[in-house]
Design a protein around this ligand. Sequence first.
Ligand SMILES: [Zn+2]
Length: 331
Amino acid sequence: MASPLPPCTAVIYSALAIAALLLLSATAVNASQGDKEPVYQGCVTQCVRTNCTGARLRGFQSTQAPYMALTGWTCRDDCRYQCMWQTVGLYQAEGYSIPQFHGKWPFARFLCFEEPASALASLLNGLACLLMLLRYRSSVPRQSPMYYTITAFSLVSLNAWFWSTVFHTRDTYLTEKMDYFCASAVILYSIYLCCVRTLGLKRPGVSSMVGVLLILAFTSHVSYLTFVSFDYGYNMAANATIGIVNLLWWLCWCWQNRRTLPYWWKCGMVVLLLHGLALLELLDFPPLFWVLDAHAVWHLSTVPVHFLFYSFLIDDSLHLLNTEKTGVKLE
Ligand SMILES: [Zn+2]
């Protein structure tokens, strides 16, 4: 008779089954209501025809601020921006709820920043991550078994926050893809980090195999979104899937080691906070003061979590180093 699965393995398999259902039910996001409005489309066509050709276009280009030109704001983009607010004004005057445009809420632009609050929050996340990486490297000797895996994880995270800042500053075909793909890379790398810490220190072969599988998963994910269909629903479901596996895997490990690792609660808090805070995105309300939407609130809320996460990583790396020195078997 086959032996029953260990509790953690059973939980992770259940999560994978739920995740597979999520993936199957993923659907593409519909086009936004605002940009389908005839009044908006007519306004953009008229504005482009009047302002974005011949002498008017040359006038626009000669008076445009250099930072706007450098960040790729075109005459057509300005038309879209002005027409968006005209349409929003009409909706408000008629008492209708605020519509989205091209998949986004209407945001008040600040200088060249398309979504100022999310761009600032992404920058703060990146700075927190950089600060804590420097603290990690000054607190933990490089002989610690997780030193290079954690440094690499931090670099993958920093890269993602850089692209998140760029994307929220200026949404283009390229910056959107980079934001999504780099965020997926962090989520997949966090599975690798979890795998190395929980299994790979005793069985390096397992980490290598999981590493190869994750690279294959990342390549397939990016290829599908690039060459087949950029499906927002699928992307979200794929990230949620990996997130759920990651959450349960870490929580099981924390719980199993609660008696031997006094700092276990930091890890548990971080994964619960990160996944709990991600639910803020589901609120999806029109931006307060045309600046603060649910996505920006979510990005802002994760800034303090980096400090607790790296505090755990430092404690754990020092613990691993000590246990290695004293020849104690790793958890
Ligand atoms: Zn974002």
